[in-house]
Design a protein around this ligand. Structure first.
Ligand code: ATP
Ligand code: MG
Length: 578
């Protein structure tokens, strides 16, 4: 140990007063290691077996607890690949263990409140290190200055008060991960909150980890189907893509995420739903929906509700991402939903303000962009050498009065590969899902679309853009000729096929049949009433008559003209609508 310059006023805690000889030995020790100082005895009746020496910010714990803690540290550091080897390794560790009077770095709490504690001492602490407070409360270092540390607390701060002692753990935050989390609801620290018993974790992984490098990735080339025609036909999502769902409150953002999860049944995709700052009751309802549909068999839910502390809400998406990485690294496909990142940014803002960071635009701290970029960059489609797994992210952001140019929405739009913009007025007018075709975009998913669906969707977006313009144009005109009337009717039909009830995803062949029938003007004469029902009848009827065409569509190849003709012939005949 290096000699420290400053002499210290050391204190020795024990139940019995040390003898003069013992005190002298302590003084020698202090002189040797700290260059001088005084030693004073303090009576502590809890320490019946051993003593504690406190010198500056170092503590030499020779009490029974301290020695047991050393033993437990030794035992928990054992790693055995083979479960049969663990007993001999444990025996070896216990036999070879001798307690040492190690200097532990100990700090003191200055202030505590709002989920944040400031700590004095612990000069060598690192950013992101986990600290252990008295009473077992855990915290994470978030700001370091030469005077004090700012630390967010993950547990109830009940046991911590000004003057409490804090220990370094020299570890960064990590969480348990594994297959056991599928089908379960946990808090951000991996503790189950669904009352279904303990979860056996397969591994423990750091919460923050670097995103895969460029060489470890491959282009997005496999589709991840949402089952929603409005998205799959116009803004297709690929595995490994990050597609933002953005809109005002109550515009069906969560509904799109849930429908996407439901559509992953039998697709070998693991879904992770991270709820941040939501009402626990709405998440409970969502879990019930997933359970009823059998979707919890492949879904894990992580909940940091509105009543959870800001640190819990802050860490939740990183924890979900870590669980996703565990599966992605095994070569599996993962879908992760962050619902929603605006509440995440608000939690981070309140933490940063309490930590005394200078507020910037909209009072968010300067690193709020990095907060989300480092999270979303971890989604990827890994190269074949890395196992070929993928993690598709659907972050959700809430806007205020449709303002997409606010700080957090623009940040996240620039990090993601596209956005699905949900419009309040469309939602109110009954166009659900309320996808705004003009403002939505998917930058990489087109490559992942199957040739068949691509061919069927054709110029749908363009036709809808024309319809919108024509509608505005004719709004104030008294006279609309037949030709324009027909075009308007065609546009209405195209808008109507995009309407879809919740929890009723279309399969790929259904989407192809509907798109081909609508774009070749076969549905123009259909009545507006029960439109969606009629479409389902069309699909069911077609499936009964032409299962050969459906088999060819399912093979994913390009749609042949003959098959296209078969669909239009059937749709034109109109017998299904009766
Ligand atoms: P919040 O801002 O509160 O999180 P949200 O944008 O996530 O809201 P949802 O909760 O998904 O919106 O949906 C709002 C309401 O609209 C719900 O009652 C939901 O059932 C209904 N809804 C959403 N999508 C559809 C749809 N396609 N068809 C019919 N109803 C829908
Ligand atoms: Mg929602």
């Amino acid at each position: 140990m290096s000699i420290k310059e400053k002499p210290v006023a050391a204190k020795i805690y024990s139940a019995e007063k040390p003898s003069d000889g013992q005190l002298r030995r302590f003084e020698d020790f202090i002189r040797k290691h700290y260059g001088g100082g005084t030693v004073e005895w303090v009576e502590d009746n809890d320490l019946t077996d051993g003593f504690k020496l406190e010198a500056g910010s170092d503590i030499y714990d020779w009490s029974r607890e301290g020695r047991l803690r050393q033993l437990s540290d030794v035992l928990s550091s054992i790693e055995a690949e083979d479960s049969k080897k663990i007993i001999p390794m444990l025996k070896g560790a216990v036999e070879g263990w001798t307690p040492k009077a190690l200097a532990e770095e100990i700090g003191t709490v200055l202030t505590v409140g709002d989920g944040v504690a400031t700590v004095k001492g612990l000069k060598k602490c690192e950013y992101g290190e986990i600290l252990l407070f008295e009473g077992g409360v855990r915290g994470m270092v978030q700001s370091i200055s030469d005077k004090e540390l700012g630390c967010m607390l993950f547990d109830d701060d009940g046991g911590v008060s000004s003057g409490s002692k804090v220990r370094r753990t020299k570890m960064s935050a990590g969480v348990p991960v594994g297959e056991g989390f599928i089908g379960r609801v946990t808090d951000p620290l991996g503790v189950p909150i669904d009352g279904k018993g303990e979860i056996i974790a397969s591994d423990h992984m750091p919460v923050e980890s670097p995103a895969p490098a460029i060489a470890e990735r491959q282009p997005v080339n496999k589709p991840l189907k949402t089952g929603l025609l409005a998205i799959d036909a116009m803004f297709p999502i690929g595995r490994g893509q990050r597609e933002l769902i953005i809109g005002d409150r109550q515009t069906g953002k969560t509904a799109i995420a849930v429908d996407t999860i439901l559509n992953q049944k039998d697709q070998d995709v693991i879904c992770i739903y991270v709820a941040i700052g939501q009402k626990a009751s709405s998440v409970r309802r969502l879990v019930k929906t997933l359970e009823d549909a059998g979707a919890m068999e492949y879904t894990a839910v992580i909940l940091a509700s509105a009543s959870d502390s800001a640190p819990m809400q802050y860490i939740a998406p990183y924890v979900g991402c870590t669980l996703g990485e565990y599966f992605m690294n095994q070569g599996r496909d993962v879908l992760i939903i962050y619902d929603d990142l605006s509440k995440h940014a608000v939690a981070y803002r309140s933490l940063s303000l309490v930590l005394g960071r200078s507020p910037g635009r909209e009072a968010y701290p300067g690193d709020v962009f990095y907060l989300h970029s480092r999270l979303l960059e971890r989604s990827a489609h890994l190269s074949s050498e890395r196992g070929g797994g993928s993690m598709t992210a659907l972050p959700i952001v809430e806007t205020l009065s449709g303002n997409v140019s606010a700080y957090i929405p623009t940040n996240i739009i620039s990090i993601t590969d596209g956005q699905i913009f949900l419009d309040t007025s469309l939602f109110r007018s009954g166009q659900r899902p309320a996808v705004n075709v003009g403002l939505s975009v998917s930058r990489v998913g087109g490559d992942a679309m199957t040739p068949c669906l691509k061919g069927a969707a054709g110029s749908l977006r363009l036709e809808l853009a024309q319809y919108r313009e024509m509608k505005v144009f004719t709004q104030f005109s008294n006279y609309v000729d037949d030709e324009i009337q027909k075009s308007l009717r065609f546009g209405e039909v195209l808008m109507s096929i995009l309407k879809q009830e919740q929890y009723q995803p279309y399969s790929e062949w259904e989407q192809v049949v509907i798109l081909v029938a609508a774009t070749s003007h076969c549905l123009d004469g259909l009545s507006e009433d029960h439109f969606e029902e009629t479409l389902r009848k069309l699909c069911d009827g077609f499936a009964k008559e032409r299962s050969d065409v459906i088999a060819r569509i399912n093979s994913g190849d390009k749609l042949t003209d003959i098959d296209r003709q078969a669909i239009t012939d059937y749709a034109k005949a109109g017998s299904y609508a009766e």
